[in-house]
Design a protein around this ligand. Structure first.
Ligand SMILES: Cc1ncc(COP(=O)(O)O)c(C=O)c1O
Length: 396
């Protein structure tokens, strides 16, 4: 039989989706499963975006330009300028989700065996994007005790080798919920300048910054215009995960010219979804205020309920809608599977994401899970109660 590629064999399974068969079995048994495992918000998509695809006047659903339609890119540039990010449509390539923007960024700046430094825990699919691109992640550990703040900059510096091409951060962080401060971004800016590296910031949760703190983008650091690559998406901002629209933004013209070649190879981002995304930009500020209030309320409920459980440690998230929770278990993969297969409270159980998949250092994060607080408060309270009861009886 013809053989599968080494790369294909090495591609990691998503830690978020790998428990799905067990969840399906739980449904078949009639159990209710609270999904704390995946960042699919339950928030309504703005009507203005949905209406735009209902009433469009297209005769042919054609390709758009590979870099995205002019109209949409002009409007996102205006959105960024309103957020103190000085860019024009020439600095933007529209992609099929932030996921494709990450792949284009990796492809544009790294060759096989090049290295990228990433604070861990990190968004699990960075492992998959790295494998697909043939590059190596060099992790720098951030700690739950520090709320997952930026590790000391010397820790990054120690890891830089001739193969290092970039540092990648996620701000605010999935899975940590940590929001980097302006000072932390400036430390990163200084190090990438000093060592002539790229700085990629995945800012798909940029709108989700809590407690009155503003998000500070790497694109606001003028000193690193040639180094900075921002990744963005409409998926979470407008609860439009299914639109599959994101973008890559950089003032570095060579990056844009190179990413455009990758974009040309896949012809066009989705046309209808660009129409929806362009319309979504008219969403009133009140939508975001309401959404942020809702997430802050959920976060506060979740954290206070979790803190009541003995032996559980949790970092307080300042953005996005995730948190890492340390549990008194040895292996959260086994625990998560056991919850679906063997445990329920009155026919209800929970699905969580084991955190080891958010690390690339083997053996780290085994006693942690990631929780996405994308359910209403009532469900979150019930879900944490199930976790509490489960921990009372679970034996490693
Ligand atoms: C940190 C982060 N980056 C990128 C993505 C990719 O999002 P999308 O491809 O839907 O834009 C996600 C999705 O959950 C994410 O959490």
């Amino acid at each position: 039989m013809p053989t599968i590629s080494q790369k294909g064999l090495l591609m990691p399974q998503s830690p978020i989706r790998k428990l799905v068969p067990y969840a399906e079995k739980a449904y078949q048994e009639g159990k209710v499963v609270y999904h704390l495992n995946i960042g699919q918000p339950d928030i309504k998509t703005p009507e203005v975006a949905l209406d735009a695809v209902k009433v469009h006047s297209l005769d042919i659903l054609a390709y758009t330009r590979s870099e995205g339609s002019d109209g949409y890119r002009e409007k996102i540039a205006a959105y960024y300028n309103n957020h103190d990010i000085k860019v024009t449509k020439e600095d933007i390539i529209v992609t099929t989700g932030g996921s494709e923007a990450l792949l284009f960024a990796f492809g544009s700046i790294m060759d096989t065996d090049d290295e990228i430094i990433i604070p861990e825990p990190f968004y699990a699919n960075y492992n998959g994007f790295s494998t697909a691109s043939g590059v190596n992640i060099v992790p720098v550990i951030s700690k739950i005790e520090d709320n997952f703040a930026l590790p000391p900059i010397e820790e990054f510096e120690k890891l830089i080798t001739p193969k290092t091409k970039a540092i990648l951060i996620c701000n605010p962080g999935n899975p940590t919920g940590y929001l980097y401060s302006k000072e932390e971004i400036q430390k990163l800016a200084a190090i990438v300048k000093k060592h002539d590296l790229f700085l990629i910031a995945d800012e798909v949760y940029r709108e989700f910054a809590y407690d009155g703190v503003s998000h500070y983008s790497i694109m606001q650091e003028e000193s690193i215009q040639e180094h900075a690559i921002m990744i963005d998406s409409v998926s979470k901002r407008y609860s439009m995960c299914g639109a599959r629209i994101g973008c890559l933004v950089s003032k570095n013209k060579q990056i844009i010219a190179t990413a455009l070649k990758f974009a040309q190879a896949r012809l066009s981002p989705p046309t209808l979804a660009q129409i929806a995304s362009e319309a979504a930009l008219q969403t009133p500020q009140s939508y975001f205020t309401d959404v942020i209030d809702e997430y802050v309320d959920r976060r506060n409920t979740l954290i206070s309920e979790l803190e009541k459980i003995e032996g559980v440690k949790v970092a307080k998230p300042k953005g996005a809608f995730y948190c890492i929770v340390e549990l008194p278990v040895k292996n959260s993969d086994d625990f998560a599977q056991w919850l679906l297969e063997n445990f329920d409270v009155n026919g209800e159980t929970i699905m969580v994401a084991p955190a080891a998949g958010f690390y690339s250092t083997p053996g780290v994060g085994l006693n942690q899970i990631r929780i996405a607080y994308v359910l209403n408060k009532e469900s979150l309270v019930k879900a944490v109660n199930i976790l509490k009861e489960a921990l009372k009886v679970y034996k490693d």
